[in-house]
Design a protein. Structure first.
Ligand SMILES: [Zn+2]
Length: 494
């Protein structure tokens, strides 16, 4: 197996992905976003004091664009933007705005040499819109008249019209489109249509969710119209499943359940502690539903009779193993010294592993192929990743000059080392071939999979004695038994 160098790049990307995903879920820190761009703190972290986010003065200067001056003697901070003048005194809750006194809920403080200012008190007077996302502890700020963040789409409104007199906050300006060739759906200068009463037309691409329900078995999500397909993320410590429904918003009835943009539903499901939901993002509008689990559980999407309904069964996590018979059909793999194909050895051995392992009812065995079919490597990877399996084992036969003999076991990602060691120890004992060690390589199926994944090169098909053993039924049985023993040992199945 030869792989181009970009595999390494892909590998690095894969390593980065889960880190970001987890980072975005960390409950401890307050995250700041300006026009949906994450702001990072180099100095003191923003934090919450009496329900107010306080931030280093730099955020006010750089992100809100205010001018800040400091009077050391009076410990006074003056913040100016356009025609707004705000004066604050450190450790005092009294603010002076354009000459008028106002009381703040939280006083500015000095922390580790940083002046920390109440973010929304200042920002809201300087034309910044705020949105608090309680699920992720994020402050989303939106600046309207920024030259580099002009809206590229028309303002989105739910159009429910229940507050025609109240000007609703306009949709946040979107950041520059990632694909500059994509024309905006509505030009920013498009004349407003049908909003003489202050009611903007609903965005036909945004579907309103009117039901989020967890029964003793299923999670049911219903939209007024449109099909629902969430992206799903499983997280541990604590165990939870995160469902993001793109192009959706909560309808009025669900909106009413929100406190600080986070809603909660009790659970009757034996595996779920509670259900949380929120209007998670604006661009695209995304409803996030989180199931806080009591232990390890999986979801399985059901085919719903209603196109606008999405249902998933939440069930106990079952150990699942993918057995991958290398090569297939037009990809025969290595040619053995007597002219046999690697794909036949791998399939025969993989099927023996399947049969043996499936005898243990605690395990679900999934085969990438069960016959002489060609399956691209990326499909083998996505098959395992999409099914969120626990283990991945790929079976191969090796080839080199005819004197080379022995068993090799490959892993790529560090989390696969333990599994590789168990597999190798068992399979070397079973083959009796020379021990050519556990090795690291960037074979696609063990690199791009997201669970512990190992590729075993049982022996050398280019070597006369290895090869003659490898096509014998009894030898394959022995190898299969050793692989099953390794899987069970690794999964702690006594
Ligand atoms: Zn191979």
């Amino acid at each position: 197996m030869k792989f181009p160098a970009f595999c390494l790049f892909l590998f690095v990307c894969m390593l980065l992905l889960p880190t970001y995903a987890l980072g975005a879920e960390s409950p401890a820190a307050i995250k700041l976003f300006m026009n949906e761009k994450r702001l990072t703190s180099t100095e003191v972290e923003p934090r919450i004091v009496s329900g107010n986010t306080i931030v280093p003065v730099r955020i006010i200067v750089q992100e809100i664009g205010a001018k800040v001056t400091w009077d050391q003697a009076a410990r006074k901070v003056t913040i100016v933007k356009d025609d707004v003048n705000i004066q604050l005194v450190i450790d005092s809750k009294t603010a002076v705005i354009n000459g008028k006194k106002e009381t703040m809920e939280v006083a500015p403080i000095i922390e580790n040499g940083n002046t920390m200012l109440p973010l929304s008190f200042i920002g809201s007077r300087m034309g910044i819109e705020f949105k608090w996302d309680g699920l992720t502890s994020s402050v989303h700020m939106f600046k309207k008249d920024d030259t580099d963040s002009k809206p590229v789409t028309a303002p989105v409104d739910t159009g429910d019209g229940n507050q025609p007199g109240t000007p609703k906050p306009t949709a946040p300006p979107t950041v520059a489109p990632t694909k500059p060739t994509t024309p905006p759906t509505v030009p920013p200068t498009a004349p407003p249509t049908g909003d003489e009463n202050g009611i903007k037309p609903p965005d036909p691409n945004v579907h309103l969710l009117n039901l989020i329900q967890l029964t003793e078995k299923d999670l049911i999500v219903n939209a007024k119209d449109g099909a629902l397909t969430p992206t799903v993320l499983k997280l541990s410590n604590p165990n939870r499943i995160v469902f993001d429904f793109p192009n959706t918003k909560l309808d009025e009835s669900l909106q009413k359940l929100l406190v600080n943009n986070a809603g909660e539903l009790p659970s009757k499901h034996p595996l779920v502690q509670k259900v949380r939901f929120s209007n998670f993002a604006d661009n695209p509008a995304t409803v996030r539903i989180i199931l806080d689990l009591k232990g390890a559980a999986d979801y399985k999407a059901q085919t719903s009779k209603l196109p606008n309904q999405w249902t998933a069964t939440i069930a106990e996590h079952q150990l699942t193993v993918v057995i991958d018979a290398g090569h297939g059909d037009q990809d025969p793999g290595a040619l053995s010294i007597t002219g046999k194909h690697e794909k036949e050895f791998t399939l025969a051995t993989a099927k023996k592993v399947e049969k043996l392992l499936a005898q243990d009812k605690r395990v679900v065995v999934m085969m990438t192929r069960s016959d002489d079919t060609f399956i691209p490597l990326d499909n083998r990877v996505s098959f395992a990743n999409d099914n969120m399996v626990d283990l991945f084992l790929s079976i191969h036969g090796n080839s080199a000059k005819s004197t080379v003999t022995g068993t090799e076991t490959y892993y790529n990602r560090p989390e696969s080392i333990d599994f590789a060691n168990v597999v190798h120890q068992k399979v070397v004992a079973a083959t009796g071939f020379p021990d050519r060690k556990v090795r690291q390589a960037d074979f696609r199926v063990i690199t791009k999979t997201t669970m512990p994944a190992v590729l075993v090169e049982v022996g050398y098909l280019s070597n006369k004695s290895d090869e003659s053993a490898m096509y014998k039924e009894a030898f394959q049985d022995k190898v299969a038994a050793s692989l099953v023993a390794a899987i069970k040992e690794y999964l702690n199945l006594k």
